[in-house]
Design a protein around this ligand. Structure first.
Ligand code: SF4
Length: 367
C-alpha cells in the first residue's frame, strides 16, 4: 500500500531522554503517545474508571486525573490498580498528595511550578520518594498560573517566561539528582506555545508533553492543537500529546490520534478519502461520505476508502485508494486497487463498500 508508516516523518525526531510512564515509554525515540484527562470527580472511583475504560477503548495511552482534595487522594489506589492504562495524578498545591499519589501506584505525577513555590523545601523529599518508586514527574507550566516572579520579570507569559519557569523547576529537582522528568509549557496561543516548545527543545533534553491550553470548543480547539502540534511534530519536537477540548475527552483522543496519523507518526487506520464535490458530481457526496464513514467506523484494517462524486474523474483522482466508489446516473462504480469490479444501484453503495472492505481485510489477515 502507499500509506505512510511511522518513521517517515518530516524531520528526524529530537533526541530526548526516555522516561517510563508505567509501561509506556515517553521520549528517546519512543512512538509519540496520546494522553487525555478525565472529567469525572476523581473521588467517584466507578465513574472515573468507566471514563478511563472509554478512553482506553478509543486509543488513549496515558490518562491524567485531577487530585484537588483528600477524597480524590483516597480514590487513587483503586483507580491506579484497575485502570488499563497508566494514571498520572495532577497535583497543584499539596506536597502530601504527591507522596500519597506515589504510594497509590500512580505511574507519574504532574506538578505546576506556578503553584509549587510552597513545594520548594519539599522538593528533595519528593525527588527521593519519586526516585525510589521509579515515578517520573511532569513539570507542567501553564501560562495562566505562571510564577509571579517571572510574570513581573517578563510582564506576561512570554515563551521565555514559560521556558525559564520550567527550567528553574527542573533545576530544583536536578539539585537532588532527579532527572526523571518531562515538561510541558502550555499557552492558549499556538504562536507563543510553538515558540516556547522550540526554545525548550533547544535548552534541554527532557521529553516534551505538547499541549495548547484552553484551546476551546471542539472545532477551534482541534484547529489550534492540530496547527501547533503539527508545526512542532513536523520539526521532530514532541514526545507525548494531549489535545485539550471543551468536549468529552474521547474526542481529544480521536483528534490526537488523527494528528499523529496525518504526520505519519502513527500507522494510519481507516482513512476516508472523499472528494470535495463540484459541478460534475452526480451524487450527494457529503451525505454518502458520512454514511460510508459511519458504516466503517472502528474498522480494524488500515484501508484507504474513496468516495468520489463522478465517474469521469473519480477513479483517477482516487488512484491511491484501496477501495472506493465513483457515482453516476444513480449508480456507483465500485473499484478496488484502481479496477472497477462492479456497478451497483446507489442504494447498495454503502453495503457493497463494507463487504469489499471486509474481503480486503480478510486478505490482509486482519480480523
Ligand atoms: Fe468533482 Fe468528480 Fe472530482 Fe468529485 S470526483 S470533485 S465530483 S470531478
Amino acid at each position: 500500500t502507499v500509506h505512510s508508516l511511522p518513521g517517515e516523518s518530516l524531520a528526524p525526531r529530537r533526541k530526548s531522554r526516555r522516561i517510563m510512564v508505567g509501561p509506556v515509554p515517553v521520549g528517546g525515540g519512543a512512538p509519540v503517545s496520546v494522553q487525555s484527562m478525565t472529567t469525572t470527580l476523581t473521588a467517584d472511583v466507578n465513574a472515573t474508571l468507566q471514563q478511563i475504560a472509554q478512553l482506553t477503548a478509543s486509543g488513549c495511552q496515558i490518562v491524567r486525573v485531577a487530585v484537588p482534595s483528600q477524597d480524590d487522594v483516597e480514590a487513587l489506589p483503586a483507580i491506579a490498580k484497575k485502570s488499563q492504562i497508566p494514571v498520572i495524578a495532577d497535583i497543584h498545591f499539596q506536597p502530601k498528595y504527591v507522596f500519597a499519589a506515589i504510594d497509590a501506584g500512580c505511574a507519574a505525577v504532574r506538578v505546576n511550578p506556578g503553584n509549587i513555590r510552597q513545594f520548594d523545601d519539599k522538593v528533595g523529599e519528593i525527588a527521593r520518594a519519586a526516585g525510589d518508586a521509579g515515578v517520573p514527574i511532569r513539570i507542567g507550566v501553564n501560562a495562566g498560573s505562571l510564577d509571579k516572579r517571572l510574570l513581573q520579570k517578563y510582564g506576561k507569559a512570554t515563551p521565555e517566561a514559560l521556558v525559564e519557569s520550567a527550567l528553574w523547576e527542573c533545576s530544583l529537582f536536578e539539585e537532588h539528582g532527579f532527572r526523571d522528568i518531562k515538561i510541558s509549557v502550555k499557552h492558549n496561543d499556538p504562536v507563543v506555545m510553538i515558540q516556547a516548545y522550540r526554545q525548550l527543545a533547544q535548552a534541554c533534553d527532557y521529553p516534551l508533553h505538547l499541549g495548547v491550553t484552553e484551546a476551546g470548543p471542539a472545532f477551534q480547539g482541534t484547529i489550534k492543537s492540530s496547527v501547533a502540534f503539527g508545526a512542532l511534530l513536523a520539526e521532530g519536537i514532541g514526545d507525548t500529546i494531549r489535545v485539550s477540548l471543551s468536549a468529552p475527552p474521547v474526542e481529544e483522543v480521536k483528534v490526537g490520534t488523527a494528528i499523529l496519523e496525518s504526520l505519519g507518526l502513527r500507522e494510519r487506520g481507516l482513512e476516508i478519502v472523499s472528494c470535495p464535490s463540484c459541478g460534475r458530481a452526480q451524487v450527494d457526496v457529503y451525505t454518502l461520505a458520512e454514511q460510508v464513514t459511519s458504516a466503517l467506523e472502528g474498522f480494524p484494517a488500515p484501508l484507504r476508502v474513496a468516495v468520489m462524486g463522478c465517474v469521469v474523474n473519480g477513479p483517477g483522482e482516487a488512484r491511491e485508494a484501496d477501495l472506493g466508489v465513483a457515482s453516476g446516473n444513480g449508480k456507483g462504480q465500485i473499484f478496488v486497487k484502481g479496477e472497477v469490479i462492479k456497478t451497483v444501484p446507489e442504494s447498495q453503495i454503502v453495503e457493497t463498500l463494507v463487504e469489499e472492505a471486509l474481503r480486503l481485510a480478510d486478505q490482509m489477515g486482519v480480523d
